[in-house]
Design a protein around this ligand. Structure first.
Ligand code: TYM
Length: 329
């Protein structure tokens, strides 16, 4: 039987965080044996905010280097850069014409981002989920491993695909979101009520994958907890402690009851140190490999060139089918 198809991606804007790693990349690594995987760097999505052109290029390669350093095998997966497959932009436009303004205006990410960038609410920010739908549908993906914040974008992707299939007959596979419970939503260390985000203004709120061990330790020591001094999973009343437990659980695969008993009778000081060290130990080999790979531009080019060749085969087949069905010569 054919393997199921997976597609996912990360925007090429800013530095990657522990949220991106635990919510996305780490799960992808676990899926690479069982599925036929397409992992891309969404550099066209990055254009919805203003970037320095050199920085955008560098970020694209940095993310590729992180993918490989984290354990994605370029021989087992198709790893590519979104902009190198022209079919994404083309199908994106076609699907724009099958998507309603009303559905796009309900997207919470659009509302959040337009509040944050009130001076640059561009049309790309609005139609962003349609390009994401094109990314997914071009590869006939069955599953899309993402964090909780992307679930709504998966729902609109399914709606667009179902709408298209209904008019033109089966064209797209209807994809499911794959959201891993423990790492679905890693929260900020200073503000555990909000998602850990690349664009945080308080740098102590976020662990970047490039942070040195001392920095990681310092940030965990400063993490907001509560005054109860009891390690217990209760996201509503103890969001800070529960978030640290989620991080620890995602890394060690220990369950919440196991973690609670491990720290029974111990204070938050011990707990924070243990969580910090688990993160440091997990990231250390990735950071070392990352530095090595990033210096090898030829190797990176080889990977994305091969990835693009492979991705293009599938993408062009789907787009050709779509164009025939809708009457585009
Ligand atoms: P992006 O670049 O914002 O985030 C990449 C992935 O990381 C996950 N993530 C988190 N998971 C848990 N906790 C967090 N604090 C956290 N922060 C980020 C995100 O859920 C995501 O899985 N639109 C997408 C990129 C994209 C894409 C696609 C994804 C473009 N095309 C097609 C899947 C399929 C985005 O901006 O993710």
């Amino acid at each position: 039987m054919d393997k199921k198809i997976i597609l996912s991606g990360i925007q090429a804007t800013g530095k990657l965080t522990l949220g991106n790693y635990l919510g996305a990349i780490d799960n992808w690594v676990k899926m690479q044996e069982e599925y036929d995987c397409y992992y891309m760097i969404a550099n066209l999505h990055s254009l919805t905010v203003r970037n320095d052109p050199e920085e955008l290029k560098n970020n694209t390669l940095k993310i590729l280097a992180i993918y490989i350093a984290a354990g994605l095998d370029p021989n087992k997966n198709t790893i590519f850069i979104q902009s190198q497959i022209k079919e994404h932009a083309e199908l994106g436009w076609i699907l724009d014409c099958y998507t309603y303004m009303g559905e796009l205006s309900r997207m919470t990410q659009f509302k959040d981002k337009s509040a944050k960038h009130a001076d640059n609410i561009n049309a790309g920010l609005f139609t962003y989920p349609v390009l994401m739908a094109a990314d997914i549908l071009l590869y006939q993906a069955d599953l899309v491993p993402v964090g909780e914040d992307q679930r709504q974008h998966l729902e609109i992707t399914r709606d667009i695909a179902e709408r298209f299939n209904k008019v033109y007959g089966k064209t797209f596979v209807i994809p499911d979101a794959y959201v891993r419970k423990e790492s679905a939503r890693i929260m900020g260390l200073q503000d555990p009520e909000s998602k850990m985000s690349k664009s945080a203004t308080n740098l102590n709120d976020v662990i970047f994958l490039e942070d040195e061990p001392e920095v990681i330790l310092k940030k965990f020591k400063k993490a907001v907890t509560d005054s109860e001094n009891k390690v217990k999973f209760d996201p509503e009343n103890k969001p800070g402690v529960s978030n640290l437990m989620q991080i620890y659980s995602s890394i060690t695969s220990k369950t919440m009851p196991e973690i609670e008993s491990e720290f029974n009778g111990k204070g938050y000081g011990d707990f924070k140190m243990t969580v910090a060290n688990s993160v440091i130990d997990k990231l250390k080999p990735i950071q070392e490999k990352y530095k090595e790979i990033l210096n090898n531009k030829e190797y990176l080019e080889e990977i994305y060139t091969k990835g693009a060749e492979n991705a293009r085969k599938m993408a062009s087949k789907t787009l050709e089918d779509v164009k025939q069905k809708i009457g585009i010569l």
